[in-house]
Design a protein around this ligand. Structure first.
Ligand code: ATP
Ligand code: MG
Length: 267
């Protein structure tokens, strides 16, 4: 657990944390959505950009950020944003970059540059000031960022609502439920699971059962939908936007979040 977290919350038990969920929407840094991943490469950048496209289609001036990039991304958030017609400064979109293909903690040690959390938060605030909504590409809950600071500490510090992006096929139930249970331990309740890459590994039966079983075992966290594996997606972000727009649970969630943002502004 992060030091900051323990200092603020004390060593609360799993049960107490579950019984005392905090509503991230009430935090001091709203107007965004944090994407938790169940593993590396599950599609956070691609779907994050897709969500920005859906929001923009709803008339919301949205953008995204990848707070820490390690090892270089196949396609970067900035590249997707450019294709969506959003021209935010790449230094705000990805404030911390490391070449080493490893966790932020390991990459920062290898390259001798400490992770600068205040810089991430400043970049977020600047994007938030310029735009109406910021999709934040996080990562796995226990991805180490520093010796005593994990991805879930960053989520907690940013105080954003969150969803969990997982793979669609075998291993999904375990990865999604582990992630969700860890979030429960910290009193952060994800607003949904989004499964990505249906058909990539030909997991057939298990894959077809996963959404229903996850909805059952992961209740009360809903399954927002499944995105299929389509090799053309990386070159056609509008197709990803169209696929996400087809998922009523996704659009309803985004409407709820941005509606809440609008009413907060009106107050
Ligand atoms: N549904 C999909 N269909 C086709 N390709 C996909 C799909 N989802 C993701 N990809 C591709 O898989 C690769 C990994 O996806 P992406 O970079 O979005 O994952 P990530 O979770 O952001 O990875 P990282 O953990 O490295 O940040 C990319 O090349 C992306 O275009
Ligand atoms: Mg990524």
């Amino acid at each position: 657990m992060g030091r900051a977290y323990l200092a603020r919350r004390g060593r609360s038990s799993y049960r107490a944390a579950i019984l005392e969920p905090r509503n991230a929407c009430e935090s001091s840094m709203p107007n965004g959505l944090f994407l938790v991943g169940t593993a590396r490469g599950v599609g956070k950048t691609l779907l994050g950009a897709g969500l920005v496209g859906v929001l923009r289609g709803m008339g919301i001036d949205a953008t995204m950020m990848t707070p820490i990039s390690t090892g270089g991304a196949v396609e970067s958030a900035s590249e997707f944003l450019r294709r969506l017609g959003v021209d935010d400064d790449p230094r705000l979109v990805t404030p911390l970059r490391y070449e080493t293909m490893a966790s932020p903690y390991v990459a920062s040690r290898c390259e001798g540059r400490e992770i600068d959390i205040p810089r991430i938060l400043e970049a977020y605030r600047e994007l938030q000031a310029r735009r109406e909504f910021v999709v934040v590409e996080g990562g796995g809950v226990l991805v180490p960022i520093a010796r005593h600071y994990f991805m879930i500490d960053l989520l907690e510090e940013m105080g954003l609502p969150s969803i969990v992006i997982g793979r669609s096929g075998r291993g999904t139930l375990n990865h999604c439920l582990l992630t969700q249970r860890m979030m429960f331990v910290r009193g952060v309740h994800p607003l949904g699971f989004l499964l990505n890459g249906y058909g990539q590994y030909g997991d057939g039966f298990a894959e077809s059962m996963n959404p229903d079983v996850l909805a059952e075992l992961g209740a009360p966290t809903p399954v927002l939908g499944t995105i299929e594996w389509r090799p053309g997606y990386q070159n056609d972000i509008q197709a990803v936007v169209a696929a996400l727009t087809q998922l009523p649970e996704v659009t309803a969630l985004l409407e709820r979040l941005t509606g809440a943002a609008a009413s907060r502004r009106a107050r």
